[in-house]
Write a protein that binds this ligand. Structure first.
Ligand code: DGP
Length: 113
């Protein structure tokens, strides 16, 4: 997707603080962090969001969570972290390229609001 900001970050056309990348996933620091660790884990494939995902996307959606767990281990936040997909504008989705938020490094309240 030429105009998608997250596709542009993957291609290196827009700046971001990269945390990790492999053949399927790309991870970078959120520009507006809500916790000491706040990174976005995204598929290289342009998927608009969770409600647009297709059955063939099941593996990559699961894989994003495994990448999150690995980063949480590396950052020493396994005592409590949260992974979040905001789905749709009323839940706060503002970028329409699937992204898994990984938040941690502080106490996380419930419900999130
Ligand atoms: P959401 O609200 O769930 O769609 O999350 C989008 C997140 O993406 C939000 O926390 C801010 C972040 N974000 C938006 N644009 C950029 C950008 O250009 N660079 C980086 N690093 N993060 C961005």
């Amino acid at each position: 997707m030429p105009d998608c900001i997250f596709c542009r970050i993957i291609r290196g056309e827009a700046p971001a603080k990269k945390v990790y990348e492999d053949e399927r996933a790309f991870v970078f620091e959120d520009i507006n962090p809500q916790a000491p660790t706040h990174v976005l884990i995204i598929p290289r494939k342009h998927i608009v969001g969770m409600k647009e995902a297709q059955p063939e996307d099941a593996e990559i959606i699961g894989y994003l969570h495994l990448v999150a767990a690995q980063i949480a281990r590396e950052r020493g936040i396994e005592d409590g972290y949260r992974t979040v997909f905001n789905v749709g504008p009323r839940a706060g989705q503002s970028v329409f390229h699937l992204h898994l938020h990984l938040l941690g490094g502080r106490s996380l309240r419930w419900p999130p609001g």
